[in-house]
Design a protein around this ligand. Structure first.
Ligand code: GAL
Length: 461
């Protein structure tokens, strides 16, 4: 048995738009995801998150599922437009009441809440009126929204995450347009990323000055990064893999831990990469109490060959990724999930070491890890040994990292239950519980029991 530290955090994660439904109930205003999914052609099979898991109405039952697994922690996000329907102005009391009830229900079961303030569902009004994250004023609006959350929930929340995966907001939302707001540009991702970082810095400053002293919680940001393994040992390919990681994770973590964007980005992007003001720099420095990491997969990286330049390949090369000059590929021997993502536990371990070294040994929390499979409901259950093995092998790699000195504090499975998987709609199932979207019923998969055992043992075989 590989036993984890006694205070290790075991959790699962979800996000508001993916599970809540009730898109126009309880005083909620529309978000960019409501508009995006209701636009024909954007989402697989025309699915929307209008109802999805109906968690808004089935919240107590979902907390009971968590309790049955023995979860220590639950990561969820607040829908900004449930709290402030147009993103600013009057607070919607019904929205406050919903998350208050959720927090009270979690407390009843001794499940510690980890709350994400922004998991991609921007109030639509802010997109239409201000151009969303392109607008420098967004930092003020986000900070005001964050303040409302700290004021109303901070007595019961000790773990805050400002943003989930700013990389996805920048790249998928503003470069390839696969995600809301669906913009396609080679310039905007860098501008959007800059405003997201500034907004993070502002919110953290407010928390630290006005709330942290009394409430005593922690605040951080969650970034996503897959591992990039050099395709060969050549110096060019090693440099390409390093560059890929700096453009992926360094883009968002360097300004917080090292004071500016990676030098390689400055060199290659020139004045396409914005500058931080002294004030921004001051607010960003050390602005994460923990290193939140979402990690799913691994790819090989090599220097991009001349004939690939400008061509669109399946991994998103072409357009913005030419800035990196990196070509990505799979190894045929790697198992893949139904997203087509490779399952490579040692990639997770290598990434943990990379973070540990580059950012001087920060406390790390894996705020998402999981896989989508072709799950089928048979006799009220789902046999998903591959998911159980995925979790077990990734945790085993995490344990090896801890043994080697990495300060890994917690692990959250993505996700509690099958839900609305963004552009893939309901066609991809990541849950520890199977959701029957026709009836709204949930069924524990075998992996839920496997994860419950890991939690009970505080370790993996
Ligand atoms: C993450 C995201 C989640 C979830 C997961 C699986 O990037 O934060 O919302 O969808 O990927 O694709």
């Amino acid at each position: 048995m590989k036993t984890f530290p006694a205070d290790f955090t075991w959790g699962t994660a979800t996000a508001s738009y993916q599970i809540e439904g009730a898109w126009n109930e309880g005083g909620k205003g529309p978000s960019i995801w409501d508009a995006f999914t209701q636009t024909p052609g954007k989402i697989a099979e025309g699915h929307t998150g209008d109802v999805t898991c109906d968690h808004y109405h089935q919240m107590e039952q979902d907390v009971a599922l968590m309790a049955a697994m023995g979860l220590k922690a639950y990561r969820f996000s607040i829908a900004w437009s449930r709290i402030l329907p147009t993103g600013r102005g009057e607070v919607n009391k019904e929205g406050i009441a919903f998350y208050s009830r959720l927090l009270d229900e979690l407390a009843k079961h001794n499940i510690v809440p980890w709350v994400t303030l922004y998991h991609w569902d921007l109030p639509l009004a802010l997109q239409l009126e201000l151009d969303g994250w392109l607008n420098p004023d967004m930092a003020e609006h986000f900070a005001n929204y964050a303040r409302v959350c700290f004021e109303n929930f901070g007595d019961r929340v000790n773990h805050w995450i400002t943003f989930n995966e700013p990389w996805v907001i920048a790249i998928m939302g503003h470069s390839n347009g696969v995600m809301a707001p669906g913009r396609t540009s080679n310039a905007e991702p860098y501008l959007v990323a800059h405003q997201l970082l500034r907004s993070h810095g502002r919110a953290v400053d407010i928390y630290r000055r006005d709330f942290q002293p009394a409430q005593g919680g922690q605040i951080g940001i969650t970034n996503n990064c897959d591992w990039r393994e050099p395709k060969t040992d050549s110096p060019e390919n090693k440099a390409a893999a390093q560059r890929a990681l700096e453009f992926f994770l360094g883009w968002f973590a360097d300004p917080i831990y090292l004071g500016d964007y990676p030098a390689v980005m400055r060199e290659r992007l020139g004045d396409r990469l914005p500058e931080f003001s002294d004030e921004d720099r001051r607010l960003l420095a050390g602005s994460s109490d923990f290193f939140g990491l979402n990690h799913y997969s691994t790819l090989y990286a090599e220097e991009m060959s001349a004939d690939q330049m400008g061509k669109q390949n399946p991994y998103g090369n072409g357009g913005i990724s030419e800035d990196q000059d990196v070509e990505l590929s799979y190894d045929d021997t790697w198992k893949t999930s139904s997203m087509g993502w490779s399952m490579v536990p040692w990639g997770c371990q290598k990434l943990l070491h990379w973070i540990d070294e580059r950012y001087d040994h920060p406390p790390i929390v894996i705020t998402e890890n999981g896989c989508a499979l072709e799950d089928e409901l048979v006799d009220g259950g789902v046999r998903d040994p591959v998911r159980a093995e995925f979790i077990q092998t990734y945790l085993s790699a995490c344990h090896d990292a801890i043994t080697a000195g990495i300060d890994l504090k917690g692990y959250f499975v993505w996700t509690l239950l099958d839900n609305f998987e963004w552009a893939c709609g309901f066609t991809k199932r990541f849950g520890l519980h199977y959701t029957d979207f026709a009836t709204g019923k949930r069924y524990p998969k075998d992996s839920a029991a496997a994860y419950a055992k890991i939690i009970a043992d505080n370790g993996v075989e």
